[in-house]
Design a protein around this ligand. Structure first.
Ligand code: 4NP
Length: 161
């Protein structure tokens, strides 16, 4: 039996961006009939909000788009960074740097927007933090483009075989 591939989306607080990515990716993976092949999770580099549900703005935009809201905030661990068959997907370069401090040779640590094919994608590939900007709609569009590209990449790279 082949091992499930795991994707962990990571932002700072794990209440705005990465839970949004987790919920959107769950939806896309279910649509493709791949739920038994890909496990999806999210975490924060910081522990400020451990145990909290997603931010009300994230909940509202997901609900508006008919996407189920799941998950509670948790902090990424060294064990997450050592786990086999796991892709770690950072929302911005600060998240990525903090993750590299836990494991600087991770084979599958990427920025979400490196997979996006959208004219909205910023040059620095950072998903802007709606905790500060309040703009959950832009984040929804960017995260959706990133998740679509990531899923396509998983499907075409042989990672799921
Ligand atoms: P997130 O946004 O990293 O997208 O979940 C933030 C959430 C909380 C804080 C910062 C960013 N905070 O400082 O509490």
């Amino acid at each position: 039996m082949s091992e499930k591939l795991k994707v962990i989306f990571v932002c700072l607080g794990n209440i705005c961006r990465s839970p949004m990515a987790e919920c959107i990716m769950r939806e896309l993976v279910a649509e493709e009939g791949l739920a038994d092949k890909i496990e999806i999770d999210s975490a924060g580099t910081a522990g400020y909000h451990v145990g909290d549900p997603p931010h009300p703005g994230t909940q509202a935009i997901l609900t508006e788009h008919g996407i189920e809201v799941v998950g509670r905030s948790r902090q990424i661990t060294a064990a997450d960074m050592r786990a086999k068959n796991t892709w770690i997907i950072a929302m911005d370069s600060s998240n990525k740097r903090n993750l590299e401090r836990l494991n600087d040779f991770h084979p599958n640590l990427h920025m979400l927007l490196s997979f996006a094919n959208s004219p909205l994608t910023p040059a620095d590939l950072a998903v802007p933090d709606p905790y500060y900007t309040g703009d959950f709609e832009t984040v929804y569009k960017l995260v959706t483009a990133g998740c679509r590209g990531l899923l396509n990449s998983l499907q075409t790279s042989g990672a799921l075989t």
